[in-house]
Design a protein around this ligand. Sequence first.
Ligand code: MGD
Ligand code: MGD
Ligand code: SF4
Ligand code: MO
Length: 693
Amino acid sequence: MSEDIKWMKTHCGKMDHGGCALIVGVKDNRIVKVKGDPEGFLNQGYVCPKGLASPDRLTHPDRLIHPLRRTGARGAGGWERISWDDALDEIARNFNRLKSDYGARSVAFGVGMPKGLEHFVLIRLANIFGSPNVVASQDVCHAPREITGVHTCGFYPVVDLHQRSKLVVLWGSNLTSTNEEGEINSMLLKQLKEGADLMVVDPRRIDMAERADMWLQVKPGTDHALALGFLHVVIEEGLYDKDFVAQWTHGFDDLANHVKGFTPEKVSDMTWVPSERIREAARFYAASKPAAIQWGNPIEHHTNTFDVARALICLMAVCGNLAVPGGNVNALDPKVIGLGAFVRADLIPEKRKEMITAAHGVIPRFMTIPPAFFRRAVLEETPYPVKGFYAMCSNPMLSYADSRQTFEALNKLEFLAVSDLFMTPTAALADIVLPVASHFEMDDIGHYGLGHGYILARPRVVDPPEHCWPDMKIMNELGKRISPPEHWHDDYGRFLEDVVRPAGLTYQEFAEKGYLKGPDRFRAYEAKGFKTPTGKVELSLSTAEKFGLAPLPDFKGPPEPEDAEYPLILTGSKSRYYLHSSYRWVGRLREKRPYPKCEIHPETAEANGIGEGEGIRIETRYGAITQKAHLTDRMHPEVVNASHGWWFPEAGPDGQYDWQSANYNMLTSTGRLGKEYGTPNLKGIPCRIGPAQ
Ligand SMILES: Nc1nc2c(c(=O)[nH]1)N[C@H]1C(S)=C(S)[C@@H](COP(=O)(O)OP(=O)(O)OC[C@H]3O[C@@H](n4cnc5c(=O)[nH]c(N)nc54)[C@H](O)[C@@H]3O)O[C@H]1N2
Ligand SMILES: Nc1nc2c(c(=O)[nH]1)N[C@H]1C(S)=C(S)[C@@H](COP(=O)(O)OP(=O)(O)OC[C@H]3O[C@@H](n4cnc5c(=O)[nH]c(N)nc54)[C@H](O)[C@@H]3O)O[C@H]1N2
Ligand code: SF4
Ligand SMILES: [Mo]
């Protein structure tokens, strides 16, 4: 049999941000085996359980394989099959009508975690249609790091695991489960094997905390206090990089004065980390040259995310770890088409003024709409009404904070179209559902636009089912119906060619190479300065007054006030077996994690009458859900770690696949939002627990 198998190379995609090079065995248009490619630039042979199970997405018997039109009431589960022409005509009719009645901005285009090139084709579609409103999860995912970086030092400081570091810090990053943005954990493990030290900042004793030289068990939502405590020690003890600070920073004296108040003792009260540990950790970071901070998602999961990112970049800068090999770097992209040109930003020059966010005073350069403001526009029509929504690669019913509000908003829309592989709680509320060809079934490019300095080829290895279309093709055809056709191509493959053309390659030639990486670039500031108004790293922001931002990173308390009725603190993390709410329907993954797991300390469990494996009711001021308790001393006794993204495909269409009973975002709210990014509190929320009823 093995002779009939054709082995092909591609990269993993859409199971997280992607990154692992794969060798895929194909027989009769079916994938029979997936292996990690030992030559993989990022993974060196590694592949995770999601990657191994990824072909099962394509062959699931309940996969969407026809365009569907809703027949009965919204969400009642009645559908009829329709042709692609009818589906696209109906979407176009509705969007064109909304555009002429309320203006193009009344139609919003929604996307989730960046999965492939379609992410940017969607932005292009919105721009060409004339809508400034692309709704994305960036408010809780990477925009705070990237854009705060741009304001503070002129770039997004990415961890450099490609060069040797003396110390790697996992600051709220569970890399062995999440491999986020292609920082595949094999690179971290290689660094450790070669002698790098490891520090972990995490409220849970994660696997890497067990291996770490130092683990700081921080109180959820207080990372900025901890980073300010580090800065206090580093500056008071004169451990900072004096040459770099003197030559390349702006506002050092202001920062030094400001952090005087953040003594390890005070910071210990704020963060629960013992003061002596804070001192040791700060000295350890400052003495390790170079040190790289892999900063994770939780720093972006509460209203103070701007302060956390600011404090961490200040820390990188004063210790001389910015833009140096093995530190946090400004990765240079290979020669590919620029983002602005690809998405046709030129066609919508007034975008910034027209966006929903213009009314909310968010930070300049933040170009997507936070889901909280999108729903306000739908529900309250502020600053203007939004009536139509096109959702791609995303499941807002689970991924946006406050799922009840999402339910109301999606129900209020005049028209909702969703493209997905599978029926989800979001697709269940749509007027039209479009079946997609996904990863493995289409040519694609990974990591374009992510700022890590490389792009990865994801050439197709099998053909999709007859009526499943790649998102890029869907948008190419929809684009011709809702905007001037000259902006669209005969074949959507042109988008891929456009990206790699500046490198002098065809897509086919790029696919044969596997990836393109920009040249290493370190200390570029020595020639040109930092790309900020002062040409330096702005420890104190020179633009603060102009943009209404705080000049210095601060800590003004936890994300939500303490609450005697809710004495525990809720946080959450991603499962290694799923991507957010995706793929609960993939049997091989579901077997590994059949139910939503909530971790609590054994003492906390006992005090609340909860046993191992029993149902646990988790409650905040905003809602209550049920998950299954797992008792572990990896947890702090006052912290509850619940699972995110749970719905139940097996619950069926009545009630839209039970998006309520175990969904973490029933516990969150959009009542408080961070000013700069419109970020809600997903973590650090007061909660209480008890046995499930
Ligand atoms: N409480 C809480 N909320 C969170 C987070 C958290 O940690 N806690 N994390 C936040 C973060 S970091 C992010 S990035 C967001 C993620 O938010 P989303 O991106 O909305 O997350 P998913 O639930 O993975 O939804 C992705 C959907 O895309 C579908 N899909 C897969 N491949 C394709 C394809 O090729 N085409 C199309 N059209 N669809 C496809 C999947 O089936 C799935 O339904 O959630 C955020 N929300
Ligand atoms: N398996 C899997 N991989 C994924 C994803 C997925 O859903 N599943 N999602 C992808 C996406 S879109 C993203 S953005 C990345 C996210 O990747 P990560 O940043 O690694 O994501 P999380 O699991 O949310 O959080 C990481 C760690 O932060 C800890 N933590 C919780 N609260 C706090 C806190 O307040 N402070 C600190 N310092 N730590 C805290 C958690 O215990 C957890 O161990 O992963 C990507 N990869
Ligand atoms: S770590 Fe990510 S890229 Fe690698 S196999 Fe797993 S899901 Fe795919
Ligand atoms: Mo994310």
